[in-house]
Design a protein around this ligand. Structure first.
Ligand SMILES: Nc1nc2c(c(=O)[nH]1)N[C@H]1C(S)=C(S)[C@@H](COP(=O)(O)OP(=O)(O)OC[C@H]3O[C@@H](n4cnc5c(N)ncnc54)[C@H](O)[C@@H]3O)O[C@H]1N2
Ligand code: MOO
Length: 399
């Protein structure tokens, strides 16, 4: 088995030969990762523009105290008139500044006397004028490829009249659980040894949450031929195949053999982590198979550690799981000489993260309910030992 850090290095080092991209209308691109830089093709604003409702004038004329209103300049109108000595032009928020004017005096600062304004309160030169390029300048890179598109990016692209944009395709992730003891949702129990399958649904939800497109394939009995057929078809139809169960050393643990028989190249098999030590990651070209262990807590943690980064890798996106420092409110007992990922409660108090284990059970990796609540994963390395109250620890945030 390899060190956890080595498994991460191997995962990060995977080279993708051909990324899948597509062009999407910007309103359909929310949640996708941008596959091209967005560069401004114009200055914004292109011309000096009024930022308030008022009177455009030449700042030198303010000293005259009274100025004639020569004309009116609504937003959107192509004004020909210029401000000439001793006059002003009524101008509105969003109107282009008329030629000859360098300052906008707001309506609140003047009194109108017939066709003249009387200046009651002066403003400095350039007041309320949005200069050329205030938002951005022509040629400026505004959004980098690799950025996840959300409302600010959509707004900025709309401002640039970008109707459609190149994005990375979200990978399709096929999910199937193996195990002859498994009952799928709603399936009627026929003997006491059967258990409800949760892994395929937990993993489907993780895939959706972290921007993959899940393809739910349900449960498959521990029969090598059926597993092989299902995985071969899944590999055909998806970018990542995630299986749960059947990866340890039992007589019916067929997933590892099937992975090799499907002609996949094993990236790594077995990592010194708890839970999840039997994890296997394999590839066939730009497609991946991740075999997660069967225990519910193990498959959940390993899906977060290995499937989520693969989903992100295929979209050249940035990692969405954040590691932070936190302080222990309770002692932490280190149980294994492996990297451990322990469910904990995390709270934020005056800018500092705190961790406790209230309600968390100690037991096997079957205890998925440990993931309920304000959950995060306390991360320790294989060389770490137990820790006391107040000690600083690493925590992987999941929210
Ligand atoms: N002799 C050894 N036994 C085991 C070892 C070992 O090294 N030597 N490793 C243990 C560890 S650690 C784990 S984790 C499990 C992993 O085994 P598998 O991946 O082969 O998983 P299964 O045996 O199929 O299932 C384990 C456990 O989880 C339940 N399960 C399976 N699928 C689901 C599902 N879809 N939803 C909910 N629960 C599921 C299953 O009933 C078993 O109880 O092996 C240990 N054994
Ligand atoms: O791989 Mo297991 O998850 O340590 O119980």
């Amino acid at each position: 088995m390899i060190h956890f850090d080595e498994s991460m290095t191997l995962l990060e080092g995977l080279q993708i030969e051909k990324y899948k991209t597509k062009k999407l209308y910007i309103m359909e691109a929310q949640g996708y990762v941008l596959a091209e830089d967005v560069v401004a093709d114009h200055n914004s604003p292109e011309f000096p523009t009024a930022a308030m409702d008022g009177y455009a004038l030449n700042h030198d004329d303010i000293a005259m105290g009274r100025l004639k209103i020569a004309s009116i300049n609504p937003a959107g109108s192509a004004l020909k008139d210029e401000v000439i000595g001793g006059t002003c032009i009524k101008t509105f928020t969003g109107s282009l500044m008329p030629k000859g004017a360098d300052t906008l005096i707001p309506i609140e600062n003047v009194e109108v006397d017939d066709d003249e304004i009387i200046i009651k309160e002066e403003v400095p030169q350039g007041f309320s004028v949005r200069e050329v390029g205030e938002n951005y300048a022509k040629g400026q890179k505004l959004i980098e490829a690799g950025t996840k598109i959300d409302f600010p990016q959509i707004g900025v692209m709309a401002g640039l009249n970008i109707v459609s944009v190149m994005v990375y395709e979200k990978p399709t992730v096929a999910v199937l659980s193996t195990g002859s003891e498994l009952l799928d949702l709603g399936e009627v129990q026929t003997n006491d040894a059967q258990i409800r399958s949760s892994n395929n649904y937990t993993v489907e939800a993780i895939v959706r949450k972290y921007d993959g497109i899940p393809m739910q394939l349900g449960c498959i009995k521990d029969d090598k031929a059926s597993i092989q057929k299902a995985m071969a078809e899944a590999l055909e139809k998806s970018d990542i195949v995630v299986t749960t169960g059947g990866v340890s050393v039992g007589d019916f643990d067929f997933v590892k053999d099937v992975i090799t028989e499907l002609g996949c190249e094993v990236v790594f098999k077995g990592v010194r982590i708890k839970p999840g030590q039997h994890i296997v990651v394999a590839r066939k070209g730009d497609k991946f198979i991740v075999g997660l262990p069967g225990f519910a807590y193990s498959s959940t943690v390993t899906a977060l550690l290995y499937v989520v980064p693969l989903i992100e890798k295929l979209q050249r996106g940035k990692s969405s799981l954040k590691k932070v420092k936190a302080k222990l409110k309770e002692p932490f007992i280190k149980r294994a000489k492996k990297a451990e990922f322990t469910a904990c409660n995390v709270s934020l108090l005056q800018g500092e993260y705190y961790v406790d284990f209230k309600g968390k059970k100690v037991g096997t990796s079957a205890i998925l309910t440990n993931m309920l609540g304000n959950v995060a994963l306390l991360v320790t390395s294989e060389d770490d030992t137990s820790k006391g109250v107040g000690d600083e620890v690493d925590v992987l945030l999941l929210a």
